[in-house]
Design a protein around this ligand. Structure first.
Ligand code: IPM
Ligand code: MG
Length: 376
């Protein structure tokens, strides 16, 4: 009885900006889960992004790849630093860290669930009635397309190109992932592409149409990306599983996050051949770094997806319950409420306490109030 279950190795890649702060909250929650459910999580921290460039000269040291390969799951924060954004000539960039790890581990499927919470509906720029029933998942191809095609600049520096390239095999493997998701959800799949213009999009349509025959229960529709960008705002409840290529998925998932009230809310899982990686979809938000004001929910729900991946379903469910509890009791960060907000670490503490069963029973409101913004 109460024997610790197998050791699960988790690689922690906090990265830059708010990455370390939000990852710390997710780790705190995972440690609380481990102690409460008698699991043994072993964390190994590794460098990535600007932090890795500063320490080693490269955004993705080999040691980081090795630690990831040797782990059961990876928890990633964010990468990016303004000094590189402002310098188009920079040879090394923090983003090479995350792009490199996705490629090295062949994490070709990026799962981005768009979950809305009734208690945050008022923060969305959309009218509340349009948010009713919104619950979809964007399945973004993550290791191909224009992100990874050949890049060139002419010797005189006056012409550049980025090749958008997809193979049938790359499309097939992610299409199966998307159909499997749709089969477990509302049996609806929307392929988002630009098949009226792009050859790669026409290959996507062809492959998806062929594979659709293997999933007769799933209703498939096809939407051009410009229309999809509009439909996410006009009628987001129509979507169930949205399948799309790398760059369209990057853009549409930031757009979709607006429905939830904040970019800080959205989690993601990247799965493929080697160790799966879990990360909030937001960036490094350097303006907020070190201030304890970032929204930890995207990172914490990403860690819930990590628990699901480790087959710890009950634990993942309790984390989601904890998140819903903090939101509905208005324990929210500054991006959600710029006046009455709680600190990143306080929200993390509350979630850790919730998953260990300490709350809602014994919340000491006065103690929490002390960790609240003093602006009011
Ligand atoms: C994301 C990010 C990354 C991407 C950046 C940091 C390279 O925007 O995960 O959505 O473009 O994929
Ligand atoms: Mg993005």
């Amino acid at each position: 009885m109460n024997q610790p279950s197998n050791v699960r190795k988790i690689a922690l890649l906090p990265g830059d900006g708010i990455g370390p702060e939000v990852t710390a909250q997710a780790k705190k929650m995972l440690e609380a889960i481990a102690s409460h459910y008698q699991h043994h999580f072993e964390f190994s921290e590794a460098l990535i992004g600007a932090a890795a460039i500063d320490a080693t000269g490269t955004a993705l040291p080999q040691e980081t790849i090795d630690i990831c390969l040797d782990s059961d799951a990876i928890l990633f924060g964010a990468v990016g630093h303004p000094k590189y954004d402002k310098d188009p000539n920079a040879k090394v960039r923090p983003e090479q860290g995350i792009l490199g790890i996705r490629k090295a581990l062949q994490l070709f499927a990026n799962i981005r669930p768009v979950t809305t919470y009734a208690s945050l509906h008022h923060l969305s720029p959309l009218k509340t009635d349009r948010l009713e029933g919104v619950d979809f998942v964007i399945i973004r191809e993550l290791t191909g397309g224009i992100y990874f095609g050949e890049k060139q600049t002419s010797t005189d520096g006056n012409q550049s190109s980025d090749l958008c390239i997809y193979t049938r095999e790359e499309i097939e493997r992610i299409t199966h992932v998307a159909f499997q998701y749709a089969s477990q959800r509302k049996n609806k799949l929307t392929l988002v592409d630009k098949a009226n213009v792009l050859e790669t999009s026409r290959l996507w349509r062809k492959v998806v149409q062929e594979i659709a025959a293997q999933y007769p229960k799933v209703e498939v529709d096809y939407m051009f990306v410009d229309n999809a960008a509009m439909q996410i705002m006009m009628n987001p409840a129509q979507f169930d599983v949205m399948l799309t290529e790398n760059m369209f998925g990057d853009i549409l998932s930031d757009e979709a996050s607006v429905l939830t009230g904040s970019l800080g809310m959205l989690p993601s899982a990247s799965v493929g051949k080697a160790t799966a990686l879990f990360e909030p979809i937001h960036g490094s938000y350097p303006q907020a770094a070190g201030k304890d004001i970032a929204n930890p929910i995207g990172a914490i729900v990403s860690a819930a997806m990590l628990l699901d991946h480790l087959e710890l379903k009950e634990e993942a469910a309790v984390v989601r319950e904890a998140v819903a509890w903090t939101l509905s009791n208005h324990f929210v960060s500054k991006d959600i409420d710029s006046v009455n907000f709680y600190f990143t670490s306080t929200i993390g503490d509350l979630i850790a306490d919730y998953v260990t069963g300490k709350i809602p029973g014994s919340v000491k409101q006065e103690n929490i109030e002390l960790r609240k913004s003093t602006i009011i």
